[in-house]
Design a protein around this ligand. Structure first.
Ligand code: S3P
Length: 443
């Protein structure tokens, strides 16, 4: 799973983006479709599944626990559910690669199983904090050990049973909430999770789609263990987090006009549209409809003159994965942009505050990191060389930066773009980005 071959993006500066594009399926929803399909009763058919390394790691993990899964074949996956009590012990540790979502959600689903299992990941995942899930799981009666410092591997030991808890999350995290709801399916009594601000609710929507009753009120969701999940059909919308790079690229490259089709518009995910509009972006939402259990729409984005703005902290959880793109937009915006309340960015696939500030500075931008955000004085970007630190979203954001840069941009360490956006160079290149993929050691 760990990708070692160096891949770099050499991106010619200038150009514009045009066309009607469909970005790959939503990563969060793809993970959940396989997780819930596996422990449902009956056959779940998924369309639009993301064939990226992260969601494939989840799929492979369930195969190794005895679930028969057909595909993916052009985004179609068929999961032959084994029911909540039908998983079998895997023959060794489950390698979840780069995927924090796989690890945190699986911790919740596997803590109540009658077998032990170890979850491991790549060097990035092995640095990420896991006590945020292991501590509330322990309060439910689970036994999940972390490595020193609260990081992976996670060693899950079987326990006689879990009990429901009422847990107030210190930070808004869909991964923590989902972990506890999945554990709660097996727990005695009621499991409730309270969040300080709305985080993505795909787990809640999909559990209801699989026929599980939830009690939802603002800031709180509860379920009672001991029910069952009934297989269903899942239509995965295009990932707004992947669309974000085109929203960025088309906004900053004069003469651009792009339509992104069937993008997931769950209101817990659309903060990037609001934030870009605050910077002056020209984004229109067309053809709004509901597909499966999620709202979708086509997004039309045309280039615009961006100006700095204060991004309200309330938008942070609603755009949590889009800050690499938003920081580049800020660098292209005239004046000052201030991001705060975003300390969570420091514990994503990389420290996205530091890595983005370093990259922007390498392009001559006045970008000052703060403990929980950044102050960017934008307007002009030079060309230069960027180390993406193996972070897929950092790599794609800086590739798009070339559209507005005064020189070419070389982005290092891009192999992990495969985790969320297979085909990014082809799709962006076809739309007008002057991107070339270089493999092998730098000459
Ligand atoms: C995700 C939740 C978010 C996000 C991640 C995917 C999910 O993490 O950053 O890429 O699928 O639940 P947090 O909920 O921990 O912020």
């Amino acid at each position: 799973m760990t990708v070692s071959s160096p891949i770099r993006f050499a991106v010619r500066h200038g150009g514009r983006l045009r066309g009607c594009l469909r970005v790959p399926g939503d990563k969060s929803i793809s993970h959940r479709s396989v997780m819930l399909g596996s422990v449902a009763e009956g056959v779940t058919r998924v369309e639009g599944f993301l064939e990226g390394e992260d969601s494939l790691a989840t799929l492979e993990a369930f195969r190794r626990m005895g679930v028969r899964i057909e595909g993916p074949d052009a985004g179609r996956v068929v999961v032959h559910g084994v029911g909540l009590h039908g998983l079998r012990p895997p023959d060794g540790p489950l390698d979840l690669g780069n995927s924090g979502t796989s690890m945190r959600l699986l911790a919740g689903l596997l803590a109540p199983q009658p077998f032990g299992v170890t979850l491991v990941g790549d060097t990035s995942l092995t640095r990420r904090p896991m006590r945020r899930v292991t501590e509330p799981l322990a309060a439910m009666g689970a036994r999940v050990e972390t490595g020193a410092g609260g990081t992976p591997p996670l060693v899950i030991h079987p326990v006689p049973g879990l009990r429901g808890i009422d847990y107030a999350m210190p930070v808004a995290s869909a991964q923590v909430k989902s972990c506890l709801l999945l554990a709660g399916l097996y727990a005695r009594g009621e499991t409730c999770v309270r969040e300080p601000a709305p985080s993505r609710d795909h787990t809640e929507r999909m559990l209801e789609g699989f026929g599980y009753r939830l009690r939802r009120s603002p800031g709180r969701v509860c379920l009672t263990g001991g029910g069952r999940l009934a297989a269903c059909e899942v239509q995965v919308p295009a990932d707004i987090s992947s669309a974000a790079f085109f929203l960025l690229g088309a906004s900053i490259a004069p003469g651009s006009d792009v339509v992104l089709e069937q993008v997931g518009m769950n209101p817990t995910r659309t903060g990037v549209i609001d934030a870009l509009r605050l910077l002056g972006a020209d984004i229109t939402v067309e053809n709004e409809r509901v597909a499966g259990h999620e709202p979708v729409a086509d997004l039309r984005v045309r280039s615009a003159r961006l100006r700095g703005a204060v991004i309200p902290p309330e938008l942070v959880p609603l755009a949590i994965d889009e800050f690499p793109a938003l920081f580049v937009a800020a660098a292209c915006a005239e004046g000052e942009t201030v991001v705060s309340g975003a300390a969570e960015l420091r514990v994503k696939e990389s420290d996205r505050i530091q890595v983005m500030a370093d990259g922007l500075q390498a392009l001559g931008v006045d970008a000052r990191p703060t403990p929980d955000g950044m102050v960017v004085r934008g307007g002009r970007i030079r060309g230069g060389r960027i180390d993406s630190r193996g972070d897929h979203r950092v790599a794609m954001a800086f590739a798009m930066a070339a559209l507005a840069a005064e020189g070419d941009v070389l982005v290092e360490d891009c192999a992990n773009v495969q985790t969320s956006f297979p085909g990014f160079p082809e799709l962006s290149g076809g739309a007008g980005l002057g991107i070339e993929v270089l493999t092998g050691e730098p000459g």
